[in-house]
Design a protein around this ligand. Structure first.
Ligand SMILES: *[C@@H]1O[C@H](CO)[C@@H](O)[C@H](O)[C@H]1NC(C)=O
Ligand SMILES: *[C@@H]1O[C@H](CO)[C@@H](O)[C@H](O)[C@H]1NC(C)=O
Ligand SMILES: *[C@@H]1O[C@H](CO)[C@@H](O)[C@H](O)[C@H]1NC(C)=O
Length: 454
């Protein structure tokens, strides 16, 4: 509260006194603009409320697939990790699944590598999965550029964390064992976590650095290994599945909002997605006299888990809501053509809404259609991802990591670098809505929201 000037009372005071009171008050007001001075007075508690406004957002939309990487939050974290250990090298390739899983796995692994004080990192490779059996997740490794922009990653990582040497492959690590072998670790086993559910995030990341270093030292003693150095590297790989692990808001909203920008999509795929979004606006214009369109992610491929919402729960809710919002056109991302046809029909009949998938959309752009067909199923998902970032309103499903990542990235438009976490359940954030169950933190996989960098 601001100190008030005394109201003129019935007993007129001498002018001098009034002037003094006035000056003191003004001085107090001025001093209280500096919150510390008002709050740190020893023994005296000031009940001043300061009206500082949050810092202005940078004039950058972080919800875009091509938004620039803002490096200072990562640079700050890297600068804090002081004990860089030469010879400790992280290999972040034991990942699996679609873009949502792969992306968060790599980010999680690099985040741990920073606290581990690793001085080396191998450019992460990507595990592919079978197109015939989507639940067969392990079909050999592809290069980083299978999904991502390598030059962007090199540049961005180097600018924020110059301590890391980035090796192209495991074969490029000097003095790596031959045949190659890495030490497997599960980072959440470092530090005594206790807790009651095995899916619990690693709330104990604060001690990971110390516990990991102790492990490196102790195991060197136990196995008579020399201290890690370039000549005697300690090469670390995670066990499978370490991807919903790091409580992302531990590093502050600026970090949580910018870190994912390390992984921009491979330029050709990004370009294809951006062109598809442009075609989608034309399509919306033709079908509804507006360039606005809704984006739908129907996740009913046969590898979806049994607890997830089914086709009718997803499509019914999407169409009801999109119809009520007045959308006349929608872009549909799904890998299941049978169900795409079903939803498209229902949209037309019940809501007069024109729905189109990427393959249909690109039919009138043959070169782009060819480029799309040349991609694998998971790479084609990146095209969907880009278009869904561009739509006016996104409908997806929790706990699909694809949907959650799209919604999370779109959410960055709300407060830029200072974006607070997506509010789980409920009606979304005005830009996206995710169908799903929101009852059980564990069984409904809601912990993913807390461990996902948009
Ligand atoms: C690593 O890859 C980059 C870019 O592809 C290339 O310029 C560089 O020569 C490679 N380095 C080694 C040691 O092979
Ligand atoms: C990934 O981790 C699992 C253990 O969780 C291990 O069996 C497998 O060999 C690892 N994959 C690679 C490529 O090292
Ligand atoms: C598509 O969905 C149907 C159920 O409507 C299911 O039987 C089929 O296995 C799914 N196909 C794929 C490729 O996921």
């Amino acid at each position: 509260m601001r100190p008030r000037l005394p109201a003129p009372g019935p007993l007129a005071r001498p002018r001098g006194v009034l002037l003094t009171v006035c000056l003191i008050s003004l001085a107090t007001i001025w001093l209280c603009r500096l919150p510390k001075m008002c709050l740190s007075g020893e023994g005296s508690i000031s009940h001043t409320v300061t009206h500082l406004t949050p810092p202005a957002h940078p004039p950058i939309d972080l919800s875009k697939a091509d938004s620039p990487f803002i490096s200072w939050p990562l640079a700050r974290v890297c600068a804090e990790s002081t004990a860089w250990a030469p010879g400790v090298v992280f290999v972040c390739d034991n990942n699996s699944g679609g873009i949502g899983n792969i992306r968060n796995y790599i980010l999680t692994c690099v985040r741990y590598a920073i606290d581990a004080g690793a001085s080396g990192l191998v450019l992460p490779q990507i595990s592919t999965r079978s197109e015939k059996d989507l639940s067969n997740l392990m079909l050999g490794q592809r290069d980083f550029s299978y999904f991502f922009d390598e030059a962007h990653f090199r540049r961005s990582l180097h600018s924020a964390c110059p301590q890391f040497t980035l090796y192209n492959t495991t074969a490029d690590i000097p003095h790596a064992p031959d045949p190659f072998k890495a030490e497997m670790i599960t980072p959440r086993n470092f530090g005594l976590r206790g807790g009651c559910d095995k899916r619990e995030l690693n709330k104990h990341t604060g001690v990971f650095d110390k516990a990991f270093r102790k492990h490196v030292e102790q195991s060197a003693v136990d196995f008579s290994l020399p201290a890690p150095s370039l000549e005697h590297p300690r090469i670390i790989r995670f066990t499978w599945g370490v991807q919903w692990d790091w409580p992302v808001f531990r590093d502050g909203p600026e970090f949580a909002s910018s870190y994912g920008g390390l992984l921009r999509f491979y330029p050709d795929i990004l370009g294809l997605g951006q062109r598809a979004a442009g075609y989608m606006r034309e399509y919306a214009m033709q079908n509804g006299a507006s360039r606005k369109f809704a984006g739908l992610h129907l996740r009913t491929e046969n590898d979806a888990l049994s607890r997830w919402p089914k086709f009718d729960e997803q499509s019914g809710a999407y169409l009801e809501r999109a119809g009520a919002m007045g959308f006349k056109a929608a872009y549909l991302a799904t890998g299941n053509q049978t169900e795409a046809a079903k939803l498209t029909r229902a949209a037309k009949e019940k809501h007069g809404m024109a729905v189109v998938t990427k393959h249909e959309l690109l039919k009138s752009h043959p070169a782009d259609l060819e480029a799309l067909k040349a991609l694998t199923w998971d790479q084609q998902g990146l095209v969907d991802f880009v278009v869904l970032l561009e739509c006016e309103y996104f409908f997806g499903v929790s706990p699909s990591s694809f949907s959650m990542t799209v919604a999370g990235k779109r959410h960055l438009k709300t407060e830029g670098l200072y974006t607070r976490p997506w509010r789980i359940g409920g009606d979304g954030d005005g830009r996206s809505w995710l169908a799903g169950k929101y009852e059980h933190y564990w069984e409904d996989w809601l912990f993913m929201f807390d461990s996902l960098w948009p």
